[in-house]
Design a protein around this ligand. Structure first.
Ligand code: GLA
Length: 728
């Protein structure tokens, strides 16, 4: 619910459990007053205290009063160059070379339903689910306008924000920083949690105390990156899974980004998030607009678990779209680790029939089926079947796979081109390259200039033909390098700073075209695994391959980190062969399956090599996954242990919303001799109800939660169990 209190010029954005408040001060500055637990809506304006602070300038209007300064007031969307020296959200280059933008309130509108953003991903909601507030600000001296968008989802306790800028003046203005949101949290002792890592080790939580000055994470790789995820948490230093206040903010975007946390001179904390200003310069001619991507944020008074569950629900129900949004996704077998580039029709058919016998529902032909793609040095850009490998084409292959009772899917990497390809010979200027400078290769390939419509449409025309040529139910959309040599043959020098963003818009445009042409196609995102694992991609691809690392023990860590924002239904996760390709570690098949079930679930191995008992086990795992699907994909997720701290075992839980059923998954991570007894403590059960523990007696909810479930002892490293609890 959104209310505007005319007498105090105050906005209250209420969700069921939170209130977000800001006001318009007498000079038209938007001052932020509160974000936290749900309140009546009475003004928090009395907390806006003023004092004469040295070196903090004062706007003209306040005349001889030196106590008001933008440098010390909590601002909703800070102006720049006129008195605020803290982390900016906006930087401009005006026609006269000045860098000031003084944004003052002009008007606002409130309406039912959630706003959308043209060409950009965004959470969505109808009139019953969400409301929109739009506040227009304007710099009276240049005419630059900013429209702040707020989407309020009461039941979800989620608030989204975005900004669009319009040059309402008669001179050009360049935006050199246009971030999406500023959140002022006042004087609070806080921890910052970021999700960091590397290729094959993504999204490991890193928690540190907010300290004076700036703490920042960012990506300038053109993608969200494996190194830092565009989701951050600020929480009380003693906040845990079930207690303490915390704020989460996610950027709904898939390109360069920056998140800044600043503790200022008076110990107030500001969080800003949006597109990275690195090589960002968006030129607005009079009348032109630029829209910064959305952020989604939530506040929880009851710890990190509630915060995560808010994001999980919102992503599942108000971000993911289309045919597959609520449908059970098929259990797939991907050929990558089974065959890499070394396959032909015969081998694929053998893998297919072997997979079908175990209950696999979708066979995915990964890299190598097209052009002259026999290794990763060539072929990208030539999206037509390689007849040497597949003499009867994809049509035949799909038919054969379908005849075995499975769906068929393929891998593509549309944004890339190999220099050894027909596409590159025909269109060398389609690649991002700086004239007169040798271009950098990444995985021996170049990046196509997706900022140009003719480029992505040219690639899409080829891919569309492929998708129409055979019964293709699934596509894995990959992207395997960071962007370099970012220069477009289609942009004038003064607009090259728009390229990173225009590239992302091109990717979104092609994805939108593809899912609207093929509405039943399941598209899985991928970027060398988890390099573009973000809310932006989830608007188009309801699941994303979480990492190129399929080792079950490493997956425990990165799936734990991923779960802080992203739901199980989004996490591409497969069982692969042992010893693991990335780590050389061997873990039991049972354990690999339990870990992969905390994701979309599938296999990434050659089923022909499995023994009869292993195949039997695989069949049973697929049955279990189907049996537990409603819990795994729709249930509330709880992290029962922190794998970075608990050396003995990692445990997590999926619980039905009505608490009638739960699945507790436990993996031991280190065997010890003469070890103490271990106990796992489920959460969120009905304390008064009786639960049947599958294969292990019945207990009351309170007994299970407060006494715990004893873990079996021994059995060696990496043992695992699933405890299925059902109310009786
Ligand atoms: C990337 C993906 C892998 C696989 C290969 C194919 O690394 O993350 O899963 O598809 O490309 O080249």
């Amino acid at each position: 619910m959104i209310e505007f209190v005319t007498s105090s010029r105050l906005f209250n954005l209420h969700t069921n459990h939170t209130t977000y408040q800001f006001l318009i001060d007498p000079n038209g500055f938007l001052l932020h007053t509160y974000y936290g637990r749900r309140c009546s809506g009475e003004s928090f304006g009395h907390l806006l205290r003023q004092a004469d602070r040295g070196f903090s300038p004062n706007p003209r209007e306040v005349d001889r009063d030196r106590t008001f300064s933008l440098d010390t007031q909590p601002q909703e969307f800070p102006s720049v160059g006129v008195g605020d020296f803290r982390a900016p959200v906006l930087e401009v280059e005006n026609a006269d070379g000045s860098c000031a933008a003084d944004l003052r309130y002009v008007s606002h509108t409130i309406r039912p339903g959630k706003y959308g953003l043209d060409g950009l991903p965004a959470f969505y909601g109808d009139e019953k689910e969400a409301d929109t507030l739009e506040v227009v600000l304007r710099d009276p001296w240049t005419g630059l306008e900013a429209t702040l968008y707020y989407g309020v989802f009461p039941q979800l306790d989620l608030i989204t924000r975005a900004v669009s800028f319009r040059n309402g003046g008669d001179q050009p203005v360049a935006l050199t920083r246009a971030m999406s949101a500023c959140l002022e949290l006042g004087r609070m002792e806080l921890d910052l949690i970021t999700f960091d890592g590397s290729h094959t080790g993504e999204r490991h939580p890193c928690r540190q105390r907010v300290r004076p000055g700036l703490q920042q994470i960012s990506s300038i790789r053109g993608i969200t990156s494996h190194q830092h995820n565009n989701f951050v948490v600020l929480c009380q230093p003693d906040a845990g899974e079930k207690h303490g206040l915390c704020y989460g903010m996610a950027l709904v975007y898939s390109g360069n980004f920056e998140a800044n946390v600043e503790q200022d001179q008076f110990e107030n904390v500001r969080l800003t998030m949006g597109i990275s200003p690195w090589h960002f310069r968006f030129l607005l001619a009079p009348g032109e607009t630029f829209t910064a991507p959305e952020v989604a944020m939530t506040y929880s008074h009851y710890g990190l678990e509630a915060m995560s569950q808010t994001f999980h629900r919102a992503i599942r129900h108000n971000l993911c779209r289309g045919w597959w949004k609520t449908r059970r996704r098929p259990v797939l077998l991907n050929t990558w680790e089974a065959a890499y580039f070394d396959f032909d029709q015969q081998k694929l058919l053998e893998i297919a029939s072997s997979a079908a016998e175990t209950g696999v529902e979708l066979l995915v032909l990964d890299d190598g089926w097209f052009g002259e793609r026999n290794d990763d040095y060539e072929g990208l850009g030539d999206w037509f079947v390689n007849p040497k490998k597949l003499p009867d084409g994809l049509t035949f292959l799909a038919e054969q796979v379908n005849a075995l009772g499975m769906d068929f899917g393929i891998w593509i990497e549309p944004e890339m081109v190999s220099e050894k390809s027909r596409l590159y010979q025909e269109h060398p200027d389609w690649a991002l390259q700086i004239p007169g400078r040798p271009s950098t290769r990444g995985r021996s390939q170049l990046v196509l200039d997706f900022s140009r419509e003719e480029v992505w449409r040219g690639v899409y025309a080829q891919i569309k033909k492929v998708l129409e040529s055979a019964n293709i139910a699934y596509v894995k959309w990959d992207m395997n390098r960071s962007l370099t040599d970012v220069w477009s043959a289609a942009l004038p020098p003064e607009r090259q700073g728009e390229l990173y963003h225009r590239y992302v818009l091109g990717v979104y445009a092609m994805l939108e075209q593809m899912i609207s042409d093929f509405p039943k196609l399941l598209v899985e995102g991928c970027c060398g695994g988890g390099g573009r694992f973000d809310c932006g991609m989830l608007y188009y691809t309801p699941q994303i391959w979480a990492s190129d690392n399929t080792d079950a023990m490493d997956r425990l860590l990165l799936q734990y980190g991923t779960s802080f924002c992203y739901p199980t239904s989004a996490v591409g996760s497969h069982v692969s062969a042992v010893p693991n390709e990335q780590t050389g570690r061997s873990t039991p098949l049972h354990t690999r399956a339990i870990v992969a079930m905390s994701g979309t679930f599938g296999y990434e191995l050659d089923p022909r090599g499995l023994s009869q008992p292993e195949r039997k086990q695989m069949r049973a795992q697929i049955e279990d996954f189907k049996r537990y699907y409603h819990l795994l994909q729709e249930g509330d997720y709880a992290r029962l242990t922190d794998p970075f701290r608990n050396r003995e075992f990692t445990a997590w839980q999926h619980t039905a919303r009505d608490r009638s059923e739960a699945l507790v998954s436990v993996v031991t991570t280190m065997a010890r001799s003469n070890a103490p007894f271990c106990t796992v403590y489920p959460r969120g059960l009905d304390p008064d109800a009786l639960y049947q523990v599958e294969g292990g007696g019945s207990f009351r909810g309170d007994t299970l939660m407060y006494g715990g479930i004893p873990l079996p002892q021994g059995g060696g490293d990496y043992q695992s169990w699933q405890f299925h609890l059902k109310k009786i």
